[in-house]
Design a protein around this ligand. Sequence first.
Ligand SMILES: NC(=O)c1ccc[n+]([C@@H]2O[C@H](COP(=O)([O-])OP(=O)(O)OC[C@H]3O[C@@H](n4cnc5c(N)ncnc54)[C@H](OP(=O)(O)O)[C@@H]3O)[C@@H](O)[C@H]2O)c1
Length: 445
Amino acid sequence: MTQSSGVPADIPAVINVGLMGLGVVGTGVAATLLRKNSPVSDVTGRSVRLKKVLVRDLSRPRDIDLPPGLLTADAEDILADPDIHIVVEVMGGTDPAESYLKQALSAGKHVVTANKEVMAKSGPELLALARENRANLLFEASVGGGIPIVGCLMNELAANDIRSIRSIINGTTNYILTRMAHHRTSFQQALREAQDLGYAEADPTNDIEGIDAAYKLTILASLAYRCAFQHEDVYCEGISKLEPQDFRYAQELGYAIKSLAIANLVDGAVQLRVYPAFVPAEHMLAKVDGVYNAVEVDGSLCGQVLFHGMGAGREPTTSAVVGDLIEVVRNMGRHAAPSRVQAGEGPQNGPALAVRPIGDLQARYYIRLDVADHPGVLAQIAKVFGDGQISIAAVLQRDTHPETESAEIVITTHPAKEESVQHALQAMAGLPQVRKVSNMIRIEE
Ligand SMILES: NC(=O)c1ccc[n+]([C@@H]2O[C@H](COP(=O)([O-])OP(=O)(O)OC[C@H]3O[C@@H](n4cnc5c(N)ncnc54)[C@H](OP(=O)(O)O)[C@@H]3O)[C@@H](O)[C@H]2O)c1
């Protein structure tokens, strides 16, 4: 039986939600659920009630006035309550979040989570548990904040063979790179600014070393290729080695530097990588600045589609979490004919795909060297490239330092195999005339 709203009648008259976490995202979710005309009730025609909110520290001042009795520091008040139908987890971290999610799913509760780390590390296991217990597990907010990319890969783009995903999915690094590009700030200075503005955490390792982006790429690639990848499958390089002169050269050569998270298919195997890359200045990804995120999907039917928007923050992330909540309410009771994302769909349904090592990558390269300013140095470097079958596209020499008799040389290559380039860089580092291999950045055309 179906009501006029389209929601089946065999679900509870009041749907109770347990919210785990009342920080940046949890506060936005709680405020939306407590609104007089909450979108969840408005859209689904169901009465949806926030029943309990879990926090760590009950005495901490909050940005929101909750009705009395809602806050608890005991997870069992949510997990063991049979009247709580949906658990929204916005605590973050793996422990205890993962075990709470398992407990909730095992009890047949539906789950909405924003937790990329848990979904990247244990997504397939949790989805299997959800399927076993006929529960929904939705995780739109785990990638791209307010950008609806997770659901689109599962649903609207599901007809496509995905050729590639190229994305900027860490706002903190994109903010730092934007400052370095447009204001010529050093990496350390840009990081300090990001921390002062609350964009970067006190310990920024996960963001600047690409770990956060690797978690998100694991989720996107698992959905796109219907295969359970591990976050260790993602080759990962951070942005801390970038220096102001890299941005100067990039601009001179017609590129922007962006930290890209890329998944693509090459001869039936997948390549997964996060690293700073040269992106042609006229490409749309080069124009994604500040804390914004973007995901470009290249599908066999849809061609190139670009998603762009706010990748974090209270409101955008609330949009994704509450959107999932609406989806769960719609799905509740539709056991026979789910119309959209249903528990268990997504990762691990397709054939297992091999992951190519980074050494297999074919790309163009930018290489910056600090060399002795002596005649014949270029010939020696060219020989190393020649020995590795790497063809040079351009050589720039701008900065010479008479006091140290050194010079900075920048070389770009034609497409070459990464393994050969790495060998060449090792050989170059051993040349007496090469004082330092200062940087190597891949060029994404
Ligand atoms: N912030 C964003 O823009 C954003 C965007 C996309 C996804 N996400 C994801 O959303 C999740 C939440 O992020 P957030 O920024 O809202 O985090 P947050 O501001 O640090 O808030 C975390 C909340 O969880 C509670 N909590 C943490 N550990 C707990 C525990 N062991 N027991 C009980 N409560 C606990 C905290 O309680 P207390 O308040 O008492 O400390 C706090 O209320 C994370 O998975 C994050 O990756 C965040």
